[in-house]
Design a protein around this ligand. Structure first.
Ligand SMILES: N[C@@H](CCC(=O)N[C@@H](CS)C(=O)NCC(=O)O)C(=O)O
Length: 246
């Protein structure tokens, strides 16, 4: 099989790209990446060729009649689980183990449900706290945004109860961790400066995720970027790290 190509957007801003990229990295699925500039004419030919919705991420492999195109992060996760790995993305276990017992079925259902919840909702945090890795910024969160954060903290607390302090949501890294990774980076940008008080479990989980080597690699690449995309900026920027700070 030809190595898949994952087309992604600017690493500082593109939260959906991060989810797909992190998922493939964390599950050792070999792929090439192509970064396009979001909202820029240079991206048009690539998006026209590969992205039916004009959005990223898109995963493509194969040629001509055998070309496989997967757009939308949720579809990429499902496709990767079905065709690109022997591991079960919803539990982090091998597929044969994941199928065998009731507790893994419960975790799998929970994992898929919170991924769907992230994908289809939580619009308050998604719109008011856009991912902006290089920035420390202050916002005035609406009740909708605060309610989303409370719901996310409830999910984290429920998943992490009775687990070690450095655990991922279901013990092993799963697709849920990939889908919630941008939340962790958003909290890092906006929470302290906007007087959003987080539970200790949330803080611990954020630390675990920020120590993940793939998240660190993405973050370092994001900090090298210099393009400012006004559509993806929010709040009052208090400080910057990375190339733009120099
Ligand atoms: N539901 C899509 C959302 C994709 C999306 O909104 N991607 C953003 C980048 S994070 C994008 O391509 N924006 C460019 C545009 O809307 O023109 C998914 O899950 O992949």
């Amino acid at each position: 099989m030809q190595k898949p190509l994952l087309i992604i957007g600017n690493k500082n801003y593109s939260s959906w790209s991060l989810r797909a990229w992190l998922l493939l990295k964390a599950f050792n699925i070999d792929f090439d990446e192509q970064l396009i500039e979001l909202f820029h004419p240079s991206a048009t030919p690539i998006l026209n060729e590969h992205a039916p919705t004009g959005k990223v991420p898109v995963l493509v492999y194969g040629q001509d009649d055998e070309k496989v195109t997967v757009w939308d992060t949720l579809a990429i996760a499902i496709h990767a689980n079905d065709y690109l790995t022997d591991l079960d993305l919803w539990t982090g276990l091998s597929k044969s183990v994941a199928e065998t017992n009731t507790s893994t079925r419960i975790n799998s259902a929970y994992c898929q449900s919170i991924i769907a919840e992230m994908h289809s909702g939580l619009m308050g945090i998604r719109s008011e706290m856009p991912m902006n890795i290089r920035a420390i910024a202050r916002i005035q969160p609406s009740n909708a945004c605060l309610n989303d954060i409370a719901r996310i903290e409830e999910i984290f607390a429920d998943c992490l109860k009775n687990r070690s302090t450095d655990s991922y949501l279901f013990g092993h890294f799963t697709a849920a961790d990939a889908f919630f990774a941008p939340v962790v980076l958003r909290l890092q940008t906006y929470a302290d400066t906007s007087d959003i008080v987080l539970k200790s479990t949330t803080k611990q989980y954020c630390e675990t995720m920020l120590n993940n080597p793939h998240i660190q690699a993405w973050r370092e690449a994001a900090l090298e970027e210099t393009r400012i995309i006004e559509e993806d900026e929010a709040g009052e920027i208090l400080s910057l790290i990375g190339s733009l700070a120099k």
